[in-house]
Design a protein. Sequence first.
Length: 142
Amino acid sequence: MEHMKAYRKELWMNVSARRGYIHVTREVEQALEESGIREGLCLVNAMHITASVFINDNESGLHHDFEEWLERLAPEKPHTRYLHNRTGEDNGDAHLKRSVMGREVVVAVTEGRLDLGPWEQIFYGEFDGLRRKRMLIKIIGE
């Protein structure tokens, strides 16, 4: 059995709107190549409490549906609807949207590749953008 390795990489995101979805599968695959790990697990997580990492289909209609669905669940305005915003923030909705969409994904690594199912792709979801935020990729294995 080979020695267990670990690899860590941060990706910086800057979504130019309050909300948006960025397809990051290729960046995660590149990090996996850099790691040299052939068998293991790959964790990808948003390092901000108003952003998400999730797996789904890379289809623009679906992304539009996410936006409308999340806005019905936790509308951005009026900002006064959220007690959190009494702190001077205006992002109470973004915290709730992140809770629904999730913090991270874990993907198996098999023979040096992400072991994703058909149509599965990795996305960074931003719910309080217009500033730089980080996403972490952590890969462990052999």
